[in-house]
Design a protein around this ligand. Structure first.
Ligand code: ADP
Length: 319
């Protein structure tokens, strides 16, 4: 294989640039030319494809976001759009493609794989909701951002004997909420895995204040409940001032932290290596310490395991 392309797709995640950099450098190492695709599957269908050189990827190892841009592009579910994308690659003699993104992006990648393009998926999402890898690129950076923000809220909550209700991202996955909850020592967490029980949440906060704690932190995954209403309900029931904070998109940005950089670099190198051997239809995952590969079919049909011991920790340590 002489020419490969890379695109970033779906929600962006810190570390995508690290992966792009490692792909370009590894392509040079394995004697291949790298191409970049602007704005994910949209650029692939609209022929927005250009050579990516060493120069494009200098000084991006510490930059958040993605230099290639990302887009949600539902049109890519249609086969006629996918066929145009395949044509755009073929007319440049590009035989291999690396798709950096989440589950949705892997479905697009799988479609291209079935149409004969050797395609590799790299898991990158702050939600950590991809079953075929222990951790996805971007998760730990987003977690650090959430923890740093909640630590700051804790300072002021302590001073004013307040309760802080904090909404973190995660879509349908509670990992950000769970790990942040453990890392900040929160009173209670509400995630898709725990479900939401208003009276239980209020009771836990009340118990905390009854034990003479000066502050309380409740971490809630997005879409679980209206955190502003929950704050009002907690305040009413406990008589402690309660504020809700939605962390929002700050969790998507920022300099990728060290583990995300190492993970992105290793996964990217593996992807290029596989393409250099003319292998496609693979999703790279981290299993404990080692990288492993699955077909798109296997990866997309896997079920995520809920880290139940970690969920136990939150309840156990608040006494
Ligand atoms: P993520 O990759 O972060 O899960 P999305 O679910 O939004 O994000 O998917 C990103 C993009 O992947 C979509 O905008 C679309 O272009 C493409 N995609 C998603 N699902 C499919 C599918 N079933 N077939 C083809 N392309 C898809």
């Amino acid at each position: 294989m002489k020419k490969i392309a890379v695109l970033t797709s779906g929600g962006d995640a810190p570390g995508m640039n690290v992966a792009i950099r490692a792909i370009v450098r590894s392509a040079i190492h394995y004697g291949m030319e790298a191409y970049g695709v602007q704005d994910g599957f949209k650029g692939l269908s609209e022929n927005d494809i250009f050579p990516l050189t060493r120069k494009h990827v200098t000084r991006i190892i510490n930059r958040g976001g993605t230099i290639l841009g990302s887009a949600r592009y539902p049109e890519f579910k249609e086969e006629k759009t996918q066929l145009i994308a395949v044509e755009n690659l073929k007319k440049r003699d590009i035989e291999g493609l690396i798709v950096i993104g989440g589950d949705g992006s892997f479905r697009g990648a799988q479609a291209l794989s079935k149409l004969g393009i050797r395609t590799i998926g790299l898991p990158a999402t702050i939600d950590n909701d991809i079953a075929s890898t222990d951790y996805s690129i971007g998760f730990f950076t987003a977690l650090d951002t959430a923890v740093e923000s909640i630590d700051k809220l804790r300072d002021t909550s302590f001073s004013h004997q307040r309760c802080s209700v904090v909404e973190v991202m995660g879509r349908h996955c509670g990992d950000l909420g769970l790990y942040a909850g453990i890392a900040v020592g929160s009173e209670f967490i509400v995630t898709p895995e725990t479900g939401f029980d208003k009276s239980k949440t209020i009771a836990e906060v009340k118990k905390s204040f009854d034990r003479n704690k000066r502050h309380a932190i409740v971490v809630v995954t997005e879409n679980m409940t209206d955190v502003h209403q929950l704050a009002k309900d907690i305040e009413k029931a406990t008589t402690h001032e309660t504020r809700a904070t939605v962390l929002g998109h700050v969790q998507r940005g920022g300099t990728p932290q060290a583990f995300d950089r190492v993970l992105a670099t290793e996964m990217a190198e593996r992807a290029v290596y596989l393409l250099s051997k003319s292998l496609g239809d693979k999703v790279i995952g981290l299993n404990r310490k080692d990288l492993e590969e699955f077909s798109f079919e296997e990866a997309l049909s896997m079920k995520r395991e809920t880290p139940s011991k970690r969920y136990g920790l939150v309840g156990q340590l608040k006494n």
